[in-house]
Design a protein around this ligand. Structure first.
Ligand SMILES: [Zn+2]
Length: 210
């Protein structure tokens, strides 16, 4: 596991993938949902497209075409990025509370846009592996994430989505073992251990014990 929360992909800074599902990795481009401390990795359309490519939701050749299309249409790219941020918030609500009918119906609407370009391949998670399907449609990264999220919310293990309790973190991940508590033991887990240790050593022990 890497030592920091981020990694560099094609020269862009993106979050480390820790969530075990691409839809959750999109959610983790944002920290501070509780409003205490916010940070956002989706600072440009390029970041969004490269993230979708890095998570195998879009073929590399299409990511390159999308980035070129975004440079030609900066306003449309800004709108597509904003939509992706909306989809990101909807995914978070839908996976953390699958019983929330509003979030589920918003995700359903987002998925409809994806349905026009999705290519199903037998035995493969529903992703856009085939290059060249609507390669210049700037909504494709957000569509791909929405489709991936639809896959997750309709699986029984959506109940295994957890939120990291690390201070200022809030990243989400799949707890496949049933014992996973932290986004990463190395970051939030260790920090919590160090804090707990510091708190214990500040507490004076009664004489004669320990
Ligand atoms: Zn964390």
């Amino acid at each position: 596991m890497a030592e920091q929360h981020w990694r560099e992909v094609e020269g862009l800074v993106l979050p480390q993938p820790v969530a075990l599902h691409p839809a959750l990795e999109l959610v983790n481009t944002y920290s501070g949902w509780d409003g205490t401390h916010t940070s956002d990795y989706l600072v440009s359309y390029d970041h969004l497209a490269v993230l979708a490519g890095a998570l195998d939701l879009l073929p590399a050749i299409d990511v390159r075409r999308l980035r070129r299309a975004a440079r030609r249409q900066p306003e449309a790219a800004t709108n597509a990025l904003e939509r992706a941020c909306t989809v990101r918030a909807v995914i978070r609500r839908a996976v953390l509370d699958p019983a929330d009918p509003e979030a589920t119906s918003e995700l359903t609407v987002a998925t409809r846009s994806a349905a026009t370009t999705v290519q199903l391949l037998p035995g493969t998670p529903a992703r856009w592996w085939v290059p060249g399907i609507a390669p210049d449609d700037l909504d494709r990264p957000a569509d791909a994430f929405a489709w991936a999220a639809a896959d997750l919310v309709t699986r029984p293990d959506v109940t295994r989505v957890r939120t990291c309790p690390g201070r200022g973190c809030g990243w989400v991940f799949l707890d496949t073992s049933g014992r996973r508590r932290w986004c990463s033991m190395q970051w939030c887990g260790n920090r919590a251990k160090v804090r707990a240790h510091a708190a214990r050593s500040r507490t004076p022990r009664p004489s004669g014990i320990g």
